[in-house]
Design a protein around this ligand. Structure first.
Ligand code: NI
Length: 199
């Protein structure tokens, strides 16, 4: 018999999911630089997007790739230096299929009663975590990657992440939930890191 190998004979290995493949535009995506504190741009309020055109879609795709690469579960456009109301999110676990969300002009229209505590990190404030209590369920309205208006009820980690990213669009950061003293200590630490080493 000439080598007809049975498919079943092949070992089934866990294949790591390549999240970049979840996006059809991967080939033209590029990684962007994530801005860190104390860069003052992170304190700017972002302006609404007028239309989700090719430029906005391109920005969304680049942001998604940047977020997956970091890795993180959410990213706001201001974190890559673009003061537009655009966020991307994916809170799927490492073993799950990617679930990217692209939101232009996201707006929370309903906050649930129960609260949820989460130790939040931020790609603009590496290795800092802040325990923050936020509503455990939120309803968010936004314009998706195709320019269609959407409404989504988010809970769990997604509810936390959506609120965190919308805060970015208003210039708000997780360190703002800390006392002034703790916040200043963190900012000072990042300022020091930024300073070029003297020789
Ligand atoms: Ni953040």
């Amino acid at each position: 018999m000439v080598g007809t190998r049975s498919q079943e004979a092949l070992p089934v290995l866990p294949v790591p999911i390549d999240r970049s493949r979840s996006n059809a535009y991967f080939n033209r995506m590029s990684k962007l630089e994530i801005i860190k504190i104390p860069d003052p741009i992170l304190r700017e309020a972002s302006a609404p997007v007028e239309t989700v055109d090719e430029n906005v879609r391109r920005l969304m795709d680049d942001m998604l790739e940047t977020m997956y690469d970091a890795p993180g579960v959410g990213l706001a456009a201001i974190q890559v230096g673009i003061p537009k109301r655009v966020i991307v999110l994916d809170v799927a676990g490492d073993e799950d299929e990617p679930q990217p969300l692209f939101m232009a002009n996201p707006k929370i229209v309903r906050l649930g009663e129960p609260m949820r505590m989460h130790e939040e990190g931020c790609l603009s404030i590496p290795s800092v975590h802040v325990e923050i209590e936020r509503p455990a369920e939120v309803t968010v309205q936004y314009v998706d990657r195709d320019g269609a208006e959407q409404e989504l009820v988010a809970d769990g980690l997604l509810a936390t992440a959506v609120q965190h990213e919308i805060d970015h669009l208003d210039g708000k950061l997780i360190i703002d939930f800390l006392s002034r003293l703790k916040r200043d200590i963190i900012i000072r630490k990042f300022k020091k890191q930024q300073r070029p080493a003297s020789v």
